[in-house]
Design a protein around this ligand. Structure first.
Ligand SMILES: Cc1cc2nc3c(=O)[nH]c(=O)nc-3n(C[C@H](O)[C@H](O)[C@H](O)COP(=O)(O)OP(=O)(O)OC[C@H]3O[C@@H](n4cnc5c(N)ncnc54)[C@H](O)[C@@H]3O)c2cc1C
Length: 265
């Protein structure tokens, strides 16, 4: 690993001004994606601005309509939060399925969505729940936030402060995980609300995406049987050492059906 400076920010404004004043600096969340990248010498920031001690980024607020999670909240704290488990259990279960105990104790919501790994779990929750990403300067809907492979709509110095998740009527997340890393070979988050049904798929393509055919089928009939009738084209899906595009295409309706069964459960 190359040498770098370490700075700890006290508040959001301090973090943004420190990053802006330091060429090639990057924010540091739990370090679970950034530090391995630096160790592999795929990134060489001049400084890391640690945002995990900023009080505003560590808050969780739950009311009957919205769950708000600060960007520096670690996965374990979401998984174990009693109010989130009660109001939005699918989100707590998703957080509890990320990686292993160490990853969940350090990795943060903000770091996960800023990194936008194509197999990450949280992006599916944001997209299916139509969440809003709150940054130091604006509010971004999930549909606009995730742009492509490891690419989001964030400006280089933009700091994620929190994510607001609307509470759906029903929701569940199912993933078929890589047994070594626990990343999703494919993961499907299904959410039904007064506005309709949204289905988001992660792990299967270059970036998280909404499955329109599943949304249409489930809007008409919110049952596992309806999900199983849908065929997903393999054309734009990933083939890698873990699974073929055809296998992933087969998995998506299967996982959607399981998610609907759990959401209805
Ligand atoms: C062994 C292993 C297994 C894993 N398994 C899974 C899994 O099953 N599912 C899954 O989803 N993930 C998995 N992960 C990834 C994990 O969830 C990471 O926590 C996450 O990808 C990055 O979060 P972090 O807080 O560690 O961010 P960092 O690694 O600290 O940062 C990642 C990126 O986000 C930026 N960043 C951090 N915070 C902010 C912010 N507030 N605003 C703007 N930019 C910010 C950083 O500058 C950097 O570019 C795994 C990781 C490991 C090491």
């Amino acid at each position: 690993m190359y040498s770098f400076d370490y700075r700890r920010a006290d508040d959001a404004q301090h973090a943004v001004s420190t990053l802006g004043a330091t060429p090639d600096a990057k924010y540091l969340g739990g370090g679970q994606s950034l530090l391995p990248t630096m160790r592999l010498r795929l990134a060489q920031p001049s400084a890391l601005v640690d945002v995990t001690r900023i009080p505003a980024l560590r808050q969780i607020a739950v009311d009957p309509k919205t769950v708000t999670v600060g960007a520096a909240v670690c996965h374990a704290d979401v998984a174990e939060h009693a109010q989130i488990q009660r109001v939005l259990p699918a989100l707590a279960q998703l957080a509890g399925s990320i990686g292993d105990r160490q990853v969940r104790a350090l990795g943060t919501l903000g770091g996960s969505i800023a990194n936008d790994d194509p197999a990450a779990d949280y992006p599916a929750a944001l997209l299916a729940l139509n969440a809003t990403v709150v940054t130091d300067r604006r509010r971004l809907g999930a549909d606009a936030f995730f742009v492509g492979l490891y690419e989001t709509a964030l400006e280089p110095d933009e700091l994620i402060v929190a994510v607001e998740f609307p509470v759906p009527e029903r929701a569940a997340y199912e993933k078929f995980r890589n047994p070594a890393s626990h990343f999703a070979l494919a993961g499907v988050f299904v959410a039904r609300s007064a506005d309709g049904v949204r289905v988001a798929v992660t792990g299967a393509a270059a970036s998280v995406f909404r499955a329109a055919a599943l949304e249409t089928a489930l809007a008409a009939n919110f049952t596992p049987e309806a999900a199983r009738t849908v065929t997903i084209a393999a054309d734009d899906l990933n083939t890698d050492m873990h699974a073929s595009a055809a296998y992933r295409a087969h998995l998506i309706p299967v996982l959607a059906a399981r998610a609907v069964a759990h959401a209805n459960g």
